[in-house]
Design a protein around this ligand. Structure first.
Ligand SMILES: Nc1nc2c(ncn2[C@@H]2O[C@H](COP(=O)(O)OP(=O)(O)OP(=O)(O)O)[C@@H](O)[C@H]2O)c(=O)[nH]1
Ligand SMILES: [Mg+2]
Length: 292
């Protein structure tokens, strides 16, 4: 068999399980998963290589109508994933219908790239409801393969992998076969903190936060990591820190533990909180944070 390789880009509305699916397909915890919508802000590649294939998955931010410049930048990374795909996996779930975000869906359906529609979270549904939903999707996307899965329970992930392998083109690998992603460790370390922030704080706070790694020093027995949490308003600083620093301390402890298991080394973690006023609408700050 000739070698196959391709870009398989995972798109869909917020919170449908795109990151969970990519992590399952790659077999590594690359993308942050939380119960909150808009967890993923960047396009993140997860590369799966075998002797005869290389699949370059891209996890992307959920599709939304941008309300500030950060969200516009997030949508540009979704658009870029529409452009360079060899195969698009459109992820939906048993909660939403084909009516949700129809405009963008039309754009995806009209693209010439091969597509698979994955209906995720079927563990939350029943046979009858699922059959009705599959029927809806068959009408909305005639001729396109539809596969119900449960990414969280790894149900139907192997059949999905076989479909993907079947649909990607023949070609040489794009990356060295031992490369897992296009991002450096620093990125994943900052994402671990952002994930903890998403889990710890309510309402606007997690969406107003950006995490920057200021220093990263690998020593023989430990990694020293200096980070800054940026908030968009003065009042948010106190909320992040919490009473006598309690909330931030919890975020720090949990993040450090996860970093240690990710890096396989002890971590010395320092976190500072700074205000970058309305950074989500500031081109300069968005550039500094790697969105532009
Ligand atoms: N019950 C159930 N929950 C799931 C499944 N897959 C993902 N989830 C949950 O759905 C939530 C969102 O998952 P993510 O993978 O972060 O979703 P996403 O599409 O990447 O979200 P954004 O990055 O915000 O667009 C998390 O709480 C997951 O645990 C599944 O198969 N079944
Ligand atoms: Mg995500």
């Amino acid at each position: 068999m000739a070698h196959k390789s391709g870009f398989v880009n995972i798109l869909g509305n917020p919170n449908v399980g795109k990151s969970t699916l990519m992590n399952m397909l790659v077999g590594e915890r690359l993308s942050v998963i939380t119960a909150k919508a808009q967890t993923t802000r960047h396009r993140i590649m997860g590369i799966l290589s075998g002797d005869e294939y290389q699949i370059v998955y891209s996890d992307t931010p959920g599709i939304l109508n941008p309300k500030y410049k950060l969200q516009s930048a997030m949508m540009r990374s979704v658009d870029s994933a529409l452009d360079d795909a060899d195969l698009i996996i459109y992820v939906t779930d048993v909660v939403e219908t084909a009516e949700k975000n129809k405009e963008y869906l039309e754009r995806i359906l009209n693209s010439v790239v091969p597509k698979i529609i994955v209906i995720n979270k079927i563990d939350l549904s029943n046979q009858e409801a699922l059959e009705a939903l599959v029927g809806q999707w068959e009408k909305a996307a005639p001729g396109i393969a539809i596969l119900p899965v449960s990414a969280k329970n790894r149900f139907n992930i192997d059949p999905l992998f076989k479909m993907i392998l079947d649909l990607i083109p023949e070609g040489e690998p794009y990356f060295p076969k031992d490369q897992l992603t296009d991002r450096y460790e620093r990125f994943f370390v900052s994402e671990i903190i952002r994930g903890k922030i998403l889990e710890t704080y309510q309402e606007e706070i997690p969406y107003s936060v950006e995490v920057e790694i200021e220093s990263y020093k690998e020593e023989e027995k430990l990694v020293r990591i200096g980070t800054v949490i940026y908030v968009a308003r003065d009042t948010q600083k106190g909320i992040i820190i919490g009473h006598k620093g309690s909330k931030l301390k919890r975020v720090g402890t949990e993040a450090r533990k996860e970093m240690e298991s990710f890096l396989g080394k002890k971590v010395f973690l320092e976190i500072f909180v700074k205000v970058a006023r309305e950074w989500r609408d500031s081109p300069g700050m968005l550039k500094k944070f790697g969105y532009l």
